[in-house]
Design a protein around this ligand. Structure first.
Ligand code: NAD
Ligand code: WQD
Length: 339
């Protein structure tokens, strides 16, 4: 049984990926410092899969902890690195904390992996590296543009660090550029748990429907799009998790065509903010209290993926619809709130 370390494995995408890995016969070691997650997620994962993943409480910013972790698991076959801070606005307030957690910890991890002779690595990147692309849909050849936040820059720099480390140290890396991950596990046992007021659209939608937020602000309806609201590629987190299983297998089977590969992970379909709201209302039967307000600074007008490369090369395709994602996000919100 191949053994995979999943950093950030108790977080939103990491927990779903742990489930998919276990369900595909992998042994998973979950590594997390609980900075944005709860240890209870371990038992929730176990209740879905029937297998308890080993949980290692490790802070990846601390080199000695990383060294000891990898020494304990030098028999691992690969590592998926989700652990990072991810709030765009917060990164403007705390850029140094973002560089420490998203870059310094990455460098520590890579150095310690190199020292142990471990070389299969999957990196969580983001569509944010493309900014407002000139051409849609966005292919992997679309230019990476200067980031407009420290968070975005950590993803660009992270990719550069990996690309350069690959050639120098014989690593095999796949960077996965996620579009907008949404939804939750259909069992409603794991999902997104934003601390405080959600910044992202879908948790704000579900919290508004649950009565935790009074009103959903729609940030601008004067964009150059069919209904005036911004367009994004919302991908169900379970589909995203499955892509990681495929990517891991590609590295373990040595099927990667280059030591550093990049794939866009999205559905290929753009949805506007109003379409998301309509989808949610349709599947939940709830009416959302919405108000059109000013644009949010920094938002791009439209971003959606060209998924040809992931479809053809990885043989992976998103299967779930926006309605599926909204239904699962709502089921999860209700479970969390006891509704
Ligand atoms: P998340 O915050 O839910 O999960 C990250 C997990 O990493 C958390 O459980 C946190 O406790 C842990 N963590 C953070 N710093 C750590 C450290 N120093 N040591 C150990 N554990 C640490 O985030 P997510 O939404 O699951 O995102 C996972 C990855 O995907 C991140 O790298 C993020 O930047 C990237 N990403 C996310 C999105 C998105 O919209 N959710 C989009 C594109 C890319
Ligand atoms: C989606 C749309 C908002 C909230 C962010 C990060 C990006 C990536 C994914 C990690 C936009 C609108 C939102 C609300 C709204 N993360 N909106 N009212 O901005 O596409 O991407 O998450 O890599 O880096 O920037 O996602 O969910 O915040 O917004 O109208 O209360 O919903 O304007 O058009 P975004 P989002």
């Amino acid at each position: 049984m191949a053994k995979i370390l999943v950093t950030g494995g108790l977080g939103f995408i990491g927990s779903h990926t742990t489930v998919e890995l276990q369900q595909n016969g992998y042994e998973v070691v979950v590594v997390d410092n609980l900075s944005n997650s709860d240890e209870k997620v371990v038992s929730r994962i176990t209740s879905i899969t029937g297998k308890e993943p080993l949980f290692e409480k490790v802070d990846l910013r601390h080199r000695e902890e990383v060294r000891a972790l990898l020494a304990r698991h030098r028999d691992m076959d690969g590592l998926i690195h989700f652990a990072a801070y991810k709030a765009v606005g917060e990164s403007v307030e705390k850029p140094l904390e973002y560089y420490e957690n998203n870059i310094w910890a990455l460098v520590c991890l890579l150095q310690e992996m190199r020292n142990q002779g471990l070389n299969n690595f999957i990196f969580s990147s983001s569509c944010t590296v493309y900014g407002q692309a000139k051409e849609l849909p966005i292919t992997e050849h679309s230019p990476v543009v200067p980031a407009n936040s420290p968070y975005g820059n950590t993803k660009q720099v992270g990719e550069e660090v990996l690309q350069q480390a690959v050639s120098a140290h014989g690593l095999n890396v796949i960077s996965l550029r996620y579009f907008n991950p949404v939804g939750a596990h259909p069992t409603a046992k794991i999902g997104e748990l934003p601390l405080g007021v959600p910044l992202n659209l879908v948790p704000f939608v579900t919290q508004t429907a649950a009565g935790i937020r009074k009103q959903l602000s729609v940030f601008g309806d004067d964009y150059d799009t069919p209904d005036g609201t911004c367009i994004r590629d919302y991908i169900h987190v379970v589909d995203l998790a499955k892509a990681h299983v495929v990517a891991v297998k590609r590295l373990l089977d040595k099927k990667n065509s280059q030591p550093y590969e990049v794939f866009n992970l999205g559905t290929g379909k753009g949805s506007s903010v109003l379409e998301v709201i309509r989808s949610f209302e349709r599947v939940s039967g709830e009416k959302l209290n919405c108000k059109i307000v000013e644009r949010r600074p920094g938002d791009v007008t439209a971003a959606y993926a060209d998924t040809t490369k992931a479809n053809d090369v990885l043989g992976w395709k998103a299967e779930k619809s926006l309605d599926d994602a909204m239904a699962d996000a709502w089921r999860w919100e209700k479970a969390v709130r006891g509704l």
